[in-house]
Design a protein around this ligand. Structure first.
Ligand code: ATP
Ligand code: CA
Ligand code: CA
Length: 430
């Protein structure tokens, strides 16, 4: 199953990694969250908190099933980001770490990154390279400022940046981000759009057989797809897109895309693409000995928050779980998405007609894959590919041009959009 991934059981090759990631998150996040809120300082952006886990445990870290080291990067910055994104701290921990269930999507892109879904399908853990990790830390302050100024951003929401180091020295960096796709709606078609055409075609003959196939720009055009938005939503969408892309251009980022999932309300959820994939999974918890986590309540921390958090930490302890419960996915969206313009209709953006009345389509969309700066390597790729192919149609163009082309393409595929602004798409004619 492409879209949903495989549940990671104890016999899975990445079970230990998953266990370590979730244990680190559980302890790291609750530690930071338990302190009372304070203003960010310069040092917070560069901060890294180190935890050493072993099977015995100490007063700082409870015992774990395996020996490993964990680093929590810029925990205070991400804490504040989660607040801007309206995540409830207790909820966040519960979603990710109660039951220790993740499902692995494997490595869908060319980059070799692995993707994991939280058991309720709300969060994605993406493993990233050391270079991407360093890049995110470098742009974190700008990203944070942008989010603060743009609460309705279309950019990926980053909730945490961490590293697990295994005893033999292997280091795995990962981010936690929002899953654009909701647990309660079938996605009938998925596209990854960049506004370029070379290499941007998914084999049409494979689409029917591969559920959850991610199609690309040329498929979108060939199938005459449009983002149907009336004047009101369209103005909001275009304005936000421009503001987000301006940041990416300034940070010299490229290679990002608009991921868009289409839910056709007339087709509904008959296909049950996701529900059947999350089977019962019983984590093995016997040998996990753990001291109760101390959640200290600072002077500023609300009593209610502290209680909720303590409860979350307690319930997210696998030992305290009955572990019998079937993972039940919700049938409606009641998450933080309701606070955001582009995610407020059933977790997504409902299509509207020219009179701004809703129609039968919901879009689940956002700008993803934000860690590729226009480096020397990309400059080389641009140069070499540009010798043999039109240098404006390949993906690797300089950031200013990349962003403008991205905007022009997307604005041209909104209903009634200006088709004359559409970048020339090699291999496709209107
Ligand atoms: P590459 O660099 O080769 O494009 P990558 O490993 O960096 O690949 P992404 O482009 O970030 O991967 O994502 C690959 C796929 O994973 C997307 O096409 C999409 O199907 C899925 N995906 C990524 N981010 C999200 C998200 N936030 N919500 C839902 N699905 C996502
Ligand atoms: Ca990508
Ligand atoms: Ca990438």
């Amino acid at each position: 199953k492409v879209l949903v991934g495989n549940l990671i059981g104890e016999d899975h090759a990445n079970y230990v990694l998953m266990y370590n990631m979730l244990t680190g998150i559980r302890i790291g996040v609750s530690r930071c969250q338990a302190k009372s809120k304070r203003a960010l300082t310069d040092a917070d952006y560069a901060a890294k908190h180190k935890f050493t886990f072993d099977i015995i445990g100490n007063e700082l870290t409870p015992s774990a099933k395996y020996d490993f080291k964990f680093k929590d990067y810029a925990p205070w910055v991400f804490r504040e980001l989660r607040e801007y994104f309206h995540l409830d701290p207790a909820d966040y921990l519960l979603s990710l770490t109660s039951k220790y269930i993740l499902s692995e999507l494997g490595s869908p892109g060319k980059s070799g990154s692995f993707f994991y879904f939280s058991r309720d399908y709300r969060f994605i853990i993406k493993t990233i390279s050391h270079g991407e990790h360093k890049f995110l830390r470098r742009i974190l302050r700008d990203y944070h400022e942008h989010i603060k100024a743009n609460p309705h951003t279309l950019l990926s929401r980053f909730y945490g940046l961490h590293r697990v180091k295994l005893p033999h020295g292997r280091k795995i960096h990962f981010v936690i981000m929002n899953n654009l796709f909701p647990p309660h709606r079938d996605i009938h078609e998925t596209y990854d759009l960049k506004g370029s055409s070379i290499g941007r075609d998914y084999p049409e003959e494979k689409v029917a057989t591969k559920k959850g196939a991610v199609m690309k720009d040329l498929n979108w055009l060939r199938r005459n797809r449009e983002i149907q938005l009336g004047p009101e939503k369209r103005a909001l969408f275009e304005a936000q897109l421009k503001s987000d892309v301006a940041l990416l251009q300034r940070l010299r980022i490229m290679d990002y895309s608009l991921l868009i999932g289409l839910h056709d309300m007339r087709r509904g959820n008959k296909e049950n693409i996701r529900q059947d994939a999350l089977r019962v999974f019983q984590p093995e918890t016997k040998e996990l000995r753990r001291q109760p986590t101390q959640v200290k309540r600072g002077p500023g921390g609300g009593e209610k928050d502290a209680l909720a958090l303590r409860e979350a930490v307690r319930r997210s302890d696998p030992k305290a779980l009955g572990a019998q419960q079937v993972t039940k996915l919700p049938d409606r969206d009641s998450s933080e998405r309701r606070y955001f313009v582009f995610y407020q209709d059933e977790g997504g953006l409902r299509a509207t007609d020219q009179d701004n009345n809703p129609t039968d389509m919901i879009y689940y969309l956002g700008v993803i894959d934000l860690f590729t700066p226009y480096t020397t390597f990309k400059r080389g790729e641009h140069f070499w590919k540009g010798l043999s192919q039109n240098k404006h149609m390949i993906s690797a163009v300089p950031p200013k041009e990349y962003g403008q082309r991205f905007i022009d393409f997307l604005c041209s595929v909104i209903t009634g959009g200006d088709k004359s602004r559409r970048p020339k798409m090699y291999g496709y004619t209107d």
